[in-house]
Design a protein around this ligand. Structure first.
Ligand code: ADP
Ligand code: GLC
Length: 509
């Protein structure tokens, strides 16, 4: 089976968040199952310089007013994952971010930048762009609003076409643009209606994906239920309810070639389930790096996140005065909303004895902080899946999360019962208020003072199996159902592997 996986970002070529992690890890996990997945993404300069063996494989026929595009094929660094970059200097070669300029303003031509990505995906899918070899996908897997027009463009084709899957990683990002883009993007007027791409009189790329794909997925089972309701559906709950039969939530996993404390090259010392002493060394090194007192027994609380309303950064700011009055240390690395970023900056000045804040995006610090911290703050008002809490678990750092979306699916609250039955892995609270956050922090800090229990919780957290294997198998089954093509998953072997992991997990606990 051949799959074209269309995405706007993929680590380490280009990343602003979890989509990039998934866009690398899931295709690699699917390739392990024998599925020939290839990536399609925009040819940002940063991606171009990072792929291996780049070569131009096709000149792209002018379309949507874009006449400078070629298709560049390469492979992901240190993997066998093929990637096609749409190289259009006018659309993607510019200084600034993936979606915004340096001042944080959306690029004014984002509609065209991502419609063109979708257009090229459709042309490849229909065999109209020759890749210099016999390769055409059986499945097109489009991710987030950026690739939302791809299922629509393919649905306009009357002949045979690959089946389409659309995954929404976050319903709050919708790619809505004024209706006068319609003709420029090659969308027939007939599609501009409530049963099509029209959303409050705009063109919605997200809605296009949800409406026109053969199957729709999101990234956790709980978020899949939540977004059928007005509270979480961001206005698209009706659209999703109509797709109920074709809609499923599949939990994200951890790419343990990148996020694994036993081999992570970004850590000063590695550690693993049977010997976590290296975690102490990581803590001491980070305390030093952040200008904090090297204090092995002071609880270190980390926050690695976009600084946004979704991630409850405002509520964390409210809780900081209380937190910093305790005998703890707080370290954060994050960027996002300028006013809240400033708030974190001020807090680190005000509480310089025990708080240290990095404003910005820094992958190595994110790894070092996950390894060094005792507790990770990972609350959210809504969370499609969330990866940082999964990384925390793997690094023996107990997460504090709100009971929503993928956070609810992945963290087990430490209560008397769950501590006794050894299922507890973190701390979960319900309301998005600083009182509830503080109360969860209070519970975490009191358990921290009980080293034997704490150690057991850490080991339970580290022993959780959030590897991609199981989720990739679910995607493979979905591809198979959508295309009618059998996929040979070596199901027997798969079972043996999963059973082995389970027994290792039980033994470790
Ligand atoms: P989201 O995609 O909603 O931001 P996720 O938890 O799914 O949330 O993924 C966030 C990803 O981005 C993780 O890999 C996390 O380590 C990373 N990340 C977030 N903020 C930063 C930052 N300031 N520096 C480095 N990595 C960051
Ligand atoms: C989005 C979501 C996050 C999810 C990530 C990858 O950024 O906000 O919850 O983990 O996509 O699917």
């Amino acid at each position: 089976m051949r799959v074209l996986f269309a995405t706007a970002e993929a680590y380490p070529l280009a990343k602003t968040g979890g989509l990039a992690d998934v866009s690398r890890a899931l295709p690699l996990a699917l390739r392990k199952l024998g599925i020939d997945v290839r990536l399609l993404m925009p040819g940002y300069p940063r991606a171009y310089v990072r792929i291996e063996n780049p070569r131009i494989v096709a000149k792209i026929t002018p379309a949507l007013g874009v006449d400078d595009a070629t298709l560049v094929e390469g492979t992901f660094p240190e993997t066998d994952l093929p990637v096609y970059l749409v190289d259009s200097p006018s659309l993607y070669r510019r200084n600034g971010g993936l979606y915004q300029d340096d001042a944080g303003k959306d690029w004014p031509d984002n509609a065209l930048r991502f419609a063109f990505l979708a257009h090229v995906g459709a042309e490849i899918a229909l065999g109209r762009i020759s890749l210099g070899q016999e390769w055409a996908p059986d499945i097109v897997h489009a991710n987030d609003w950026h690739a939302g027009l791809l299922p629509l463009y393919l649905s306009l084709h009357s002949g045979p076409r690959p089946s389409t899957i659309f995954t929404t990683h976050n319903m709050a990002f919708q790619g809505n643009f004024p209706a006068d883009w319609l003709t420029k993007l090659g969308i027939p007027g007939a599609c501009f209606q409530a049963a099509g791409v029209e959303f409050y009189n705009q063109i919605s790329f997200l809605k296009a994906g949800l409406r026109y794909a053969d199957r729709v997925t999101t990234v956790s089972p709980t978020y899949a239920k939540e977004i059928l309701t007005p509270e979480f559906g961001c206005g698209m709950e009706g659209v999703l309810r109509q797709r109920r039969e074709d809609f499923v939530g599949i939990l994200n996993g951890i790419d343990d070639s990148l996020w694994n404390p036993a081999v992570d090259p970004m850590l000063p010392r590695t550690f693993h389930l049977s010997d976590i002493s290296g975690k102490r060394a990581c803590k001491a090194a980070l305390q030093q790096e952040m200008g904090l007192k090297v204090a092995p027994d002071t609880p270190l609380i980390g926050f690695v996140s976009r600084i946004t309303h979704q991630k409850m950064a405002d509520v964390i700011l409210e809780a900081l005065p209380w937190l910093c009055a305790q005998d703890v240390q707080f370290v954060s690395v994050g960027e996002g909303d300028p006013a809240m970023e400033a708030g974190f900056g001020q807090a680190s000045e005000l509480y310089s004895a025990n708080a240290s804040v990095v404003v910005g995006y820094d992958e190595p610090i994110a790894h070092r902080l996950q390894a060094a911290a005792d507790i990770l703050l990972a609350p959210a008002r809504f969370e499609p899946c969330g990866l940082t809490q999964l990384y925390a678990l793997k690094y023996g750092t107990l997460p504090i999360v709100r009971r929503t979306g993928g956070l609810a699916d992945t963290v087990v609250d430490a209560t008397a019962t769950s501590i006794a039955d050894r299922s507890a892995t973190g701390f979960v609270f319900d309301e998005a208020t600083s009182e509830e956050l503080i109360s969860a922090l209070g519970r975490a800090l009191s358990l921290y003072r009980e080293p034997l229990i704490w150690r057991r919780l850490q080991l339970q957290a580290m022993a959780q199996d959030f590897s991609w294997d199981a989720s990739a198998t679910q995607y493979a089954a979905l591809y198979s159902a959508a295309s009618g093509m059998p996929v040979d998953l070596g199901a027997k072997d798969q079972h043996v592997v999963l059973a082995d992991q389970e027994s290792t997990r039980q033994a470790a606990i």
